[in-house]
Design a protein around this ligand. Structure first.
Ligand SMILES: [Fe+2]
Length: 226
């Protein structure tokens, strides 16, 4: 299990300059709004088409547009999404770039973290790693749910890997494990725009439905790798 201390320690190891000099390995700029991996109504009744439409078509799109506008004409415009997040993290002068770019990354990851008919149990290597690092799926889900429910204000709960073990972390606002030396495996968005139209203030009900009916363990397993 990753502790908060582990998480904070990992965050201190990041060197933005290294990312700036690094090769662009992900999608070429300008950033694009990826299409949803399913129809807008495919997550019903757990998340409505109206929520998905606003969330993807308005909120997510705005992050893409803002990030592209903010980096236009700068060296940052040469970076792909992940390098852009890393290069702009933790610096006052690029805080606005980070807030938008990281939200693009987080949302790209969020849509793929869900699928119609999701939930259930992971299989294969991921199932073994969950057993090893949490003592079983129920314990992971309890920890993940608690992180999602207790993230104060806007943010995210994540299943992550530090390269040798799985852990659960939560991040505030646009912050993302990507810039803290952690590999994202699965995420739930707990900004109010993700659930308010369907659940109002009942975040716990959204989190429960998400875990039981939408969590995409195939995506998580692919992120962990073989
Ligand atoms: Fe969101």
């Amino acid at each position: 299990m990753l502790t908060r201390r582990d998480f904070l320690a990992a965050s201190g190891s990041f060197l933005p300059a290294a990312a700036l000099a690094g090769a662009v390995q992900d999608a070429a700029p300008p950033l694009a709004l990826p299409p949803l991996p399913y129809a807008e109504n495919a997550l019903e009744p757990h998340i409505s088409a109206r929520t998905v439409s606003f969330h993807h078509g308005k909120h997510h799109k705005a992050y893409v547009d803002n990030a592209n506008r903010l980096v236009a004409g700068t060296d940052l415009a040469k970076l792909g999404l992940e390098d852009l997040c890393k290069a702009s993290a933790g610096k006052k002068e690029t805080a606005a770039v980070f807030n938008n770019a990281a939200q693009v990354f987080n949302h790209n990851f969020y849509w793929k973290s869900m699928k119609p008919g999701g939930g259930g149990k992971p299989a294969g290597r991921l199932a073994g790693a969950i057993e090893r690092d949490f003592g079983g799926l129920d314990k992971l889900l309890a920890e993940f749910s608690e992180a999602a429910k207790t993230q104060f204000g806007s943010g995210w709960a994540w299943l992550v890997s530090d390269g040798s073990k799985l852990g659960v972390v939560k991040t505030g606002n646009a912050d993302t494990p990507l810039v803290h030396g952690l590999k994202p495996i699965l995420t739930i968005d707990v900004w109010e725009h993700a659930y308010y139209l369907d659940y109002q203030n009942r975040r716990a009900d959204y989190v429960k439905a998400w875990i039981e009916s939408l969590a995409n363990w195939d995506f998580a397993a692919a992120n962990l790798g073989t």
